[in-house]
Design a protein around this ligand. Structure first.
Ligand SMILES: N[C@@H](CCC(=O)N[C@@H](CS)C(=O)NCC(=O)O)C(=O)O
Length: 202
């Protein structure tokens, strides 16, 4: 059985959601934050972080790479072939390199750090950067949809929506991009997403 190391309140949430979408049996090995994390992940993730995946003899780190692996195990439509496989990679890398840094800059300075360690200027810069990226997504969804690759939900949707989950749950203003908001709502209310959210949100 697949073993997902981490807790649903971490980025392991992304992998739990992906495993649910893929219909794969998994267990969560509950490794949480704190001073013991690096020691607990020794031999599993050289970065000393969560999540990590054990799939037989394969050890993987990086939440979105884990999800691509889970998608590949499930096959189409979650992980399509040919040019659409490249599109899934494109949106996954966009999620990691364009959306996540901006979303985290906003998140750290809005709700993650203790109030006295938040910098409002950094929060505003993160919000502005994320809003700019979301306009790209808005235009993309206006030209197609309802999912990132068109008719079928794929791991691209799971990966990008899971990166935007924190913003969606913590009051980021999506009103300038109604198509993004509708797409994100649709992603986050899928049965697999709700199953993962139940583990995270209780
Ligand atoms: N890019 C990595 C980030 C992993 C990461 O930063 N995980 C956090 C929890 S969500 C962690 O383990 N933090 C503990 C630390 O940085 O010491 C991924 O997506 O898997």
């Amino acid at each position: 059985m697949l073993r997902i190391h981490g807790i649903a309140r971490s980025r392991a949430f992304r992998c739990i959601w992906a495993a649910e979408e893929a219909g794969l049996a998994y267990e969560v090995v509950p490794t949480g934050f704190g001073p013991g994390l690096k020691a607990a992940m020794a031999g599993i993730n050289p970065n000393g972080k969560i999540p990590a995946l054990e799939d037989g003899g394969l050890l993987l780190f990086e939440s979105l790479a884990i999800n691509l692996h889970l998608g590949a195990k499930a096959g189409p439509p979650l992980m399509p072939a040919g040019d659409d496989a490249s599109r899934v990679l494109q949106w996954t890398l966009w999620a990691a390199t364009e959306a996540e840094p901006a979303a985290m800059q906003w998140a750290y300075n809005t709700f993650i750090r203790p109030a006295d360690q938040r910098d409002p200027a950094q929060a505003a810069a993160g919000a502005e950067a994320l809003a700019a990226r979301l306009q790209v997504l808005e235009a993309h969804l206006a030209a197609g949809g309802p999912w990132l690759l068109g008719a079928a939900f794929t791991m691209a949707d799971c990966n990008l929506a899971s990166v935007l989950y924190g913003a969606a749950m913590n009051g980021f203003d999506f009103s300038p991009c109604p198509r993004v908001k509708a797409w994100l709502d649709a992603c986050l209310t899928r049965p697999a997403a709700l199953a993962a959210r139940k583990q995270r949100e209780g």
